[in-house]
Design a protein around this ligand. Sequence first.
Ligand code: PLP
Length: 471
Amino acid sequence: MNTSEFRQHGHELIDWIADYFESIREFPVKSQVAPGDILKALPGSPPDRAEPFSEIFDDFQKKILPGMTHWQHPSFFAYFPANSSTPSVLGELLTSALAAQCMIWQTSPAAAELEEQVMEWLKQMLALPESFTGVIQDTASTATLCSILTARERISDYAINNAGLQMQPVYAVYCSSETHSSIEKAVKIAGLGRRNLRIIEVDDTFAMRPEALEDAIRKDLDDGVTPLCVIATIGTTGSTAIDPLREVGEICQKYKIWLHVDAAYAGTALLLPEMRWMSDGLELADTFVFNPHKWMATNFDCSAYFVRDKAALIRTFEILPEYLKTSEGSSVNNYRDWGVPLGRRFRALKLWFVIRSFGVSGLQEMVRRHLFLANDISNQIDQADDFERLAPTPLSLICFRYHPVGTDDPETLNRLNETLLTKLNSTGKLYMTHTKLNGAYTLRMVIAQTYVQQEDVANAWALIQETARSL
Ligand code: PLP
């Protein structure tokens, strides 16, 4: 494809994307294909000769698009969102055009310095502690892994990087029973052993019980186990429970334990001064992560990771082969030493586009709108005789179920709600997912899509009621 063909097809694609955004409500939110359908439509071997772009694009529309779930559909209420926005798409387009590999300052000084600056902006926007320094990771899972590895190195005076874990004490990591699975994964990868992950009980709101945390720490100390790290969550995946940071942080200080705070989804709500009660005590944390790629209108992947001890992070990951030495040395940020991969995409660009295009007040407005819509639906659920909420709604995730009057058997209710969810998702008009809270099959409705409107939520709630009552 030469540049004049690129120009022509590029214009066509931008037109197609704009049309897609304008007509996105006409697509089924969740792909309705069966396993193997897409594979069947694809040739078994690659083309020998070059194919015209018009044919490739035609196949994209006919063969690929039906197999896509539309995460940017305003009726996407599943999981947590992976939001995009028009300025973010344009930022990604430029990133892919420049296709820079931003592993060190010298390989693109602007990428390194823009990343430094937008992380500083995010720190101000969320009112994070002054002592934090930020870096973009691909995902919150990677950020949590970085945190646990840094905690592991710091406690051992960097001996484990050198000699391995063989001569070390047993280290324990603590998180609540509602914590995201990425914590267990990080504990396994860090070589600490899944059996040394202590699962701390939660209270009625599904938040970590600090007394239970302290009991577990004391027990480990009595047993000769070394407490390494606590992971507290602001906005758990199941129900957006908020662990009491200050109390957890004070326990960590008392026993000199590393504290990582996972706010993958909920961190974006800290844009709002009225939501900053959630981060009370954050200055006691060693590290903090939130995902602009979830709720801040920024394309996946873009996870903002903040650390109090930048030197410890770098010392944990630093490598310096001859071919990566540069004259600037450590006078600049060489982000290859701030995480696991060497190679890095220019991810700060889309975030910069988003923050500037929305403005802080535009992003705040978006989050306030989501919180308002979630609160509105929560109230309607509370008023319906045959629906009930199964967890508080501190943010924009509503956990609820259909509970017709007179049907109280837990297993019957679980089956009923599972059937309801399957039916709803097969309409293509909305997409929700589930969790289990205290054994109850729970519908999760997350209202956080960048462009979701009151009408989308009202339509969804009407469909949920109608479908449930027809079961
Ligand atoms: N932490 C929490 C609380 C989450 O909800 C999620 C994903 O939903 C993650 C971590 C993992 O995020 P990522 O996909 O960025 O690794």
